[in-house]
Structure formats: C-alpha cells, structure tokens
Write a protein that binds this ligand. Structure first.
Ligand code: PLP
Length: 382
C-alpha cells in the first residue's frame, strides 16, 4: 500500500482530534448544549478574523458565503468592481453578474498580484461603484494580494470592501478590523483543517446598514435572519452539527498553538517549498514578491506532462498534488500546504517530487531540493 498524503489546497488533512470530534453523537440543536457550542465557536472565530464584528457560519461550501457577500449588500444594477488575479476572482465576478450587478472587471495577468495603481485608477474612473470584490489569496495561482496596499488604494472612498479569504484565513494574517474590511469570506476545508461544508462571513456595521436597503434576492444566505437567530445562539435552520463539533475542536487547537505561531509555521513551510522547488530547477508561476504561504503554483517542467507527473506521485508515493485550473490547467501544477501541515511535510512533498521527476527522465540531482529546504528549516527553527 501507499500512505496517502494530501497536498492540495483543500480539502486539507485533519487532526486526529478533529477526526474524533466528527464522530460525536448528535445533540438537540435547539437545546442548551448547542447554544454553548455555537457561542464558543463564534467567540473563537472572531479571534481568527481579528474582529469585534459578527461572524456568521453557513452550512455550505465557501462559494455560498461568497454569494452571501454579494446578495446581502447590493441591489440589481449596482456597479461593482471585481479585481481578479485568477479563477476565484473570476468566480466573484460571475456571482455578482448572476444577481444582476453591473460588473466592472479589473483583470490582472495570472501569477501577478493586484496592481494598486491600476486599482486606484479604476476606482477614480468609477466613483459610483458600490463595492470592490477581490480575493486575498488566489488559490489558482499561488499569489497573495497585499491588503495594506489595497487599503491605501481605496483611501477614504465610501466603497464597500469585500474580500474572499477562503484560502488565507488562519494561515495568513488578516486583521479585519484594523484594515477596515467590510465583509470577509472564509471556508472550512482550507486552513481551518476541518472537512468541507462550512463557510464564514464577517460583516462590518457599515455593511449591515447597507443590507437594510439591498434588494438582491436571498433567503438561505440572509444575514439579517442569521443574526437575529444568533442573538439566542441559534440558527434559522438546522445547523451542520458534525462540522461544528469539528470546528470547535479545530479552533481550540489553532488558538492553543497561537494564531501567530500558526502563521509562522505556514511561512516556514511555504518558504521551504519554494526554496526546494527552485533548487530542483523548476520555475515558480506566481510573482515571488507576493508568494502565497498556503499554495505554490509551479510551471510544468519542460517536456514533462504535469498530469502524468501527478499521477506517478500519487500512485508510487501517495503524494497528491493539484493540477492547474482554468486558463493554466495544462501549464502548471500546485502544491497545497495549509492547515494541518508542518515543515517535515514540506520535505516529503519535495522528496516525492524529486524522485518523480527522476523517474520521468527529467534531469534532477536527487536530494538537492530536500537539502536546500532542510538547511533553511534547520536555520529557522533553532
Ligand atoms: C477554495 C476556494 C473557494 C471555493 O470554495 P468552495 O468551498 O469550493 O466553494 C473560493 N475562493 C478561494 C480563494 C478558494 O481557495
């Protein structure tokens, strides 16, 4: 047999404690145990989002909370700017379009971050835009936008700032209140290290005020009805209990380690992977200045079929990597390194990759990437 090891940007591996929590017996979701469960979860989520504003949990894929981030605060015909650097930025634009927004699409070359000067120009040209939709960490390209740069570009404009942080939250610092982000979207199966099926929405007071007059249709994802139920630590419909048991446990583990330590761990893993990949002679796809610490996108090596390479790594070594998405589907492959991941996992991924390339006849010197990463790690963890 091979031992399977997930290196995809979600779903990510889960801890034994979370695995155990998932098999807890059901409780009455209208009883006191549930109220304590929800109360603890919301309190801890606020710590992760670094906010004093409400955080809502939806039983849905991350895309559900993206939809909630659009329909609760906008009306059909509203102009919105969608700054996109990849697949998930494009998805935000598609959702806004589907609900009748007038989308001004601001596209950047894939692999690059949002250029704050171009964003500023777009904001100047569209003073009537009601919202700016963007991705914090673009999972399809391995690029993390710099939110401080974006904040500066926005300046003191009235525009509602809506950020998809599904693949960054927990792993990459996101001080919601300090930055003044109006709406932040999260998802369970990335750095929260629990299975897919929950999404999160952090909502500022300003956004809540907008929701009063927002006309887009909504029911399941209605923030107002959620918040009303949440006053009594309840939900407007049946909550996803197993997911919530898992989330309670994962949040305890995250906060016990300390958010800063969690983020430092992701930084070390990300850096080790990038150093190793380059030492192997491979080329990173994303702009290194904005390199993501949760997912690394790499050009398929010259003459190597990325799909065959990934298939070999999976069958021989149990190392599961992700392919490219959208326009770069056949150009790149990706290593996910978020959630329940540590520096030794980085060595495992690099080692498998070196051997896989060797088997496929690509000129690599075995051990070079691993050595490079080990030297970096050994220096850093002293
Ligand atoms: C994974 C991901 C999504 C989509 O999440 P689903 O749970 O698949 O709906 C959206 N945005 C980003 C940045 C992601 O990484």
């Amino acid at each position: 047999m091979v031992k399977m090891r997930l290196f995809i940007p979600g779903p990510t591996p889960i801890t034994p404690e979370v695995q155990k929590a998932l098999s807890s017996p059901m409780i009455n979701h209208r009883g006191p145990e549930y109220e304590a469960l929800q109360s603890e979860i919301i309190e801890n989520l606020k710590k992760v989002f670094k906010t004093s504003n409400p955080v809502i949990v939806f039983p849905s894929a991350g895309t559900g909370a993206m939809e909630a981030a659009v329909v609760n605060f906008l009306s059909p015909g509203d102009k919105v700017i969608c700054a996109s650097i990849g697949v998930f930025g494009d998805r935000f634009a598609s959702i806004a379009k589907a609900f009748g927004a007038e989308v001004v699409k601001l596209d950047f070359e894939w692999g690059k971050a949002i250029d704050p000067d171009k964003l500023k120009k777009c904001l100047d040209e569209n003073p009537d835009a009601k919202a700016l939709l963007m991705t914090h960490n673009e999972t399809s390209t391995g690029v993390t936008n710099d939110l401080k740069e974006i904040k500066e570009a926005i300046g003191d404009r009235e525009i509602l700032w809506i950020v998809d942080a599904i693949s960054s939250l927990v792993a990459i610092d996101l001080p919601t209140d300090e930055l003044g982000i109006d709406v932040v979207v999260g998802g369970s199966q990335k750095a929260f290290m629990i299975p897919p099926g929950l999404s999160f929405l952090c909502v500022s007071q300003r956004a809540l005020e907008k929701s009063e007059s927002a006309q887009m249709p909504r029911f399941y994802f209605d923030v107002k009805s959620m918040l009303k139920s949440m006053e009594r630590n309840q939900t407007p419909y049946t909550p996803a209990l197993p997911q919530l048991f898992a989330l309670r446990e994962a949040l305890r583990q995250i906060l016990e380690e300390g958010l800063e330590n969690v983020q430092r761990r992701h930084q070390l893993v990300g850096e080790a992977i990038r150093r190793g990949v380059k030492a192997m002679g491979l080329k990173l796809f994303g702009d290194e200045k904005y390199a993501s610490n949760t997912v690394t996108a790499i050009y398929n090596p010259e003459g190597i079929d990325g799909r065959k390479l990934r298939s070999l790594l999976r069958t021989k070594f149990g190392v599961v990597l992700a392919g490219g998405q959208g326009a770069v589907q056949n150009t790149i492959f990706r290593i996910g390194h978020l959630g329940y991941v540590d520096v030794i996992d980085a060595l495992v991924a690099l080692s498998a990759l070196e051997m896989g390339l060797k088997i496929m006849g690509y000129p690599v010197e075995l051990g070079k990437a691993v050595r490079e990463a080990e030297e970096f790690i050994a220096r850093e963890v002293q």
